[in-house]
Design a protein around this ligand. Structure first.
Ligand SMILES: O=C[C@H](O)COP(=O)(O)O
Length: 241
C-alpha cells in the first residue's frame, strides 16, 4: 500500500520524499479540495523529485496532480492536464464535478485513449448510492481510468464521519474486482490506520492529518509522515511511472 501526501512546495516535497512517501500529490492546499498547484511550483517540485530519483535509483516514486474542483471550459481543462503531463506528472486526479460532467466526456475519452493515467475522485455521498455505484465504477473501468478514490470536499470532516467503513469497503472491493487502483482520503489521521488497513486500498491519501494542529494549510510534520510510512509496508500499485 502506498501513502499519498499532498504537497504545495519544494520544501514539502523534500520532506515527504525523505520520509519515504511514494505517491507525491501536487495540490494547492490553501483552498478548495482539489485545487491545482501553480505551474511554477509544480515545475520546481518535479525537478526536486527527479533529482531525488537520480540519487535513489531504485526509489519507486509516482507523482499525481489535481487540476481544480471545477473547470472553466474544455480548453482550460485540457491545458491544465497537458501542462502537468508535459512536466512529467504520472497521474491526473479529476473531481466528480469534471469526470461525471457530459461537457468533458469527449476530451477525457481522448486523453484516456492516448494513455493518460487518470484517477476519478468520488465524493463520499456517491458511495451511499448503492444502486448506481457498481455501474459507475464499471463505466470508469471500461473507459480506461487507471483508478478511483474517495475524498472529502468539505475539509472540516473526515471521510469516516461522512460514510461508514462498510460503504468504503464496498467501494474498494468493487474497484479491486474491476482491476482499478483504489484510494481512500479525506481528513485521515494516523490513528485511523489500523481501521483503514482492512480496506486493502492501494493507497491512503493524507494532508491535514499530517499537518500542525490538523490544519491542511499548516506545515507538514515530519515525525507524523515518518510514522505513517513506517506503519504501512509493501507496494501494491497498478500504476506505472
Ligand atoms: O488527496 C489527499 C488529500 O489532499 C487529503 O487531504 P485531507 O487529508 O486534508 O482531507
Amino acid at each position: 500500500m502506498r501513502i499519498l501526501v499532498s504537497v504545495n512546495s519544494v520544501v514539502e516535497a523534500q520532506l515527504v520524499l525523505a520520509a519515504g512517501v511514494s505517491l507525491i500529490d501536487l495540490k494547492d492546499t490553501s483552498h478548495g479540495a482539489l485545487s491545482a498547484l501553480s505551474m511554477s511550483q509544480s515545475v520546481a517540485i518535479m525537478q526536486a523529485v527527479n533529482g531525488y530519483k537520480k540519487q535513489h535509483a531504485h526509489a519507486d516514486i509516482l507523482v499525481s496532480a489535481t487540476v481544480g474542483d471545477t473547470a472553466e471550459s474544455v480548453a482550460a481543462l485540457l491545458e491544465l492536464i497537458q501542462s502537468r503531463l508535459e512536466i512529467g506528472v504520472d497521474i491526473i486526479k479529476l473531481p466528480e464535478a469534471i469526470w461525471d460532467h457530459p461537457l468533458y466526456a469527449t476530451v477525457i475519452s481522448q486523453l484516456l485513449a492516448a494513455g493518460t493515467q487518470m484517477v476519478a475522485v468520488f465524493c463520499p455521498d456517491s458511495l451511499l448510492q448503492a444502486s448506481t455505484l457498481e455501474l459507475r465504477l464499471n463505466k470508469l473501468a471500461r473507459q480506461g481510468y487507471v483508478g478511483v478514490m474517495v475524498d472529502t470536499i468539505d475539509k472540516s470532516s473526515s471521510v469516516l464521519d461522512c460514510v461508514s467503513i462498510s460503504h468504503i469497503q464496498k467501494f474498494t472491493e468493487i474497484a479491486r474486482r474491476l482491476q482499478l487502483m483504489v484510494g481512500v482520503a479525506g481528513g485521515l489521521r494516523p490513528a485511523y490506520l489500523a481501521q483503514l488497513r482492512s480496506l486493502e486500498a492501494d493507497f491512503l491519501g493524507f494532508r491535514s492529518g499530517l499537518c500542525e494542529k490538523g490544519l491542511r494549510q499548516s506545515n507538514l510534520l515530519a515525525e507524523s509522515i515518518v510514522s505513517v510510512v513506517r506503519q504501512v509496508s509493501g507496494n501494491c500499485c497498478k500504476m506505472s511511472a
